[in-house]
Design a binder for this molecule. Structure first.
Ligand code: XUL
Ligand code: MN
Length: 347
């Protein structure tokens, strides 16, 4: 029997968030990065994900040499804590130069800013000991169709990816697609788009993807199918598990919170494809509810991992033989009920 996968877990500092949304201020007092790192360790997670400015705050005001020096100091803190850095992601959606999008901005100076910033993020990844750069593209201006030429935007995207690949021969780029929010549309909305654009780059082998459950659901897709598709190509290099109640704003709910069966099928897809065998982490891109009190601030992380582990047990104890017999009979009603009762457990 194949050895059962032991999963490794991670989250980012932004997943211990303070509760602000477009209609209300924070509901919890912000804590320092060191406090968050301590909590990650206490919870027994293995790694942390970083935006470039989570790793080096106020990054735009610093020189490349300063950025490297600060990243080195962070690496020492991570080593002392026994915590790995899973990835670094350039935050391309806060700075005034990214108001019209990052790599696809209509302003050449702004495109240059986005690329330069991404190269610094690659440098930080190097210092932190990870070769994974995650790219969530966030916004492409106001997505007024006439404001940009789609074909030119795709060409700009490829040029930007090529610059990152050329900057460092070891870096791997994991594109994190999302079909909307903060925009109504996006140039790379699904895993299919991410893997297709990878083929146009100078080194397709080093361009893969990251699936976030909520983003797939927002695209009207089943995240389990996205996982199977990406893994068929050997391209699923990271994962943001969470949940989402339908086609609304990005909710980042705890894993399994909205649809346990969809969560179960994601875990089944990870298990059947051997996710984690090449060292990939299970990351939870989840947020506490705005109503969460400070004393319950970490529950969504612990709960997501707990649900994940319970669903791994459920996936491993699902009676595949019986399921296949129903498939052979085309008795999908029985198969459907079998899945429901398996998730419900013993009466
Ligand atoms: C946005 C999102 C980001 C990325 C990292 O929806 O998921 O936090 O995961 O930039
Ligand atoms: Mn994410």
């Amino acid at each position: 029997m194949a050895k059962q996968q032991q999963y490794k877990f991670c989250f980012g500092p932004w997943n211990i968030s303070e509760g602000q949304d477009p209609y209300g201020p924070p509901t919890r007092i912000p804590q320092s990065f060191d406090w968050k790192l301590d909590q990650l360790k206490k919870l027994g997670f293995d790694a942390m994900m970083f935006h470039d400015d989570d790793a080096v705050p106020d990054i735009d005001a610093k020189s490349a040499a300063q950025i490297t020096a600060e990243a080195k100091a962070l690496k020492k803190r991570l080593n002392d804590a026994g915590v790995k850095a899973e990835m670094v992601a350039p935050r391309l959606w806060f700075h005034p130069s990214t108001v019209d999008g990052a790599y696809t901005s209509n302003d050449a100076k702004c495109r240059k800013y986005a690329i330069e910033r991404s190269l610094r993020a690659v440098d930080i990844a190097n210092v932190l000991g990870t070769n994974l750069l995650v790219l969530w593209l966030a916004r492409e201006g106001s997505y007024i169709r006439e404001s940009k030429n789609g074909r030119r935007s795709f060409e700009f995207l490829v040029q930007a990816l090529d610059k990152m690949l050329a900057h460092d021969s070891r870096i791997r780029l994991a594109i994190e697609p999302k079909p909307n929010e903060p925009m109504d549309q996006a140039y790379i909305p699904t895993i299919g788009h991410a893997l297709a654009i990878a083929q146009l780059t100078r080194d397709p082998k080093r361009v893969g993807c990251l699936i976030e459950s909520a983003h797939a659901i927002l695209a009207g897709l089943d995240p389990a199918d996205e996982i199977d598709f990406a893994m068929l190509f050997g391209k699923l290099w990271s994962l943001h598990l969470n949940d989402q109640n339908g086609l609304k704003f990005d909710q980042d709910k705890p894993f399994g919170s909205a649809n346990l069966r969809v969560a179960f099928n994601q875990v089944r897809a990870l298990e059947r494809n051997g996710y984690g065998r090449r060292g990939e982490y299970v990351c939870f891109d989840v947020h506490p509810f705005r109503t969460t009190k400070e004393e319950h601030w970490l529950a969504h992380l612990d709960n997501s991992r707990r649900t994940f582990q319970r669903l791994v047990e459920k996936a491993r104890t699902f009676d595949e033989k019986k399921a296949q017999a129903f498939v052979a009979q085309r008795d999908y009603a029985a198969l459907d009920q079998m899945a429901i009762e398996h998730l419900l457990g013993a009466a």
